[in-house]
Design a protein. Sequence first.
Length: 131
Amino acid sequence: DIAICGDTEVLERKRIYTNEDGIYIVFSDWIANMKKHCVGYTSASAHILDNDELAFVFINNHQLSSSDVRNLINDLNSNSRNEIMQRTTHGLYNIKEISDAIGLKLLAEREEENIKFTITLKMHSDENISH
């Protein structure tokens, strides 16, 4: 289940235009990574932001070493393709490539002992909706 935080009525007046196959791959690859490395706690939520963005936030604990977590966060936040390919698997590289291609913003950070991963999508006004 994903909790939605914010004014949900905004969603009735907004649309997200993106590549459905690409977003499916990004979400499913990240969720698979969460399941693979999780040792108990997971959380998923959606946040409607004031700047016409919708942010999906995934938090999970993990069984990774501190250096692996640091590398994961650096790779997800990096713009250098070469650095990512040197340290990581193709899955993370694919997440970054697809996200860049379809205009998703990614942010990874440590939250206490957890990994917090945010995928942000731009929402657009839908002129076809009558008010």
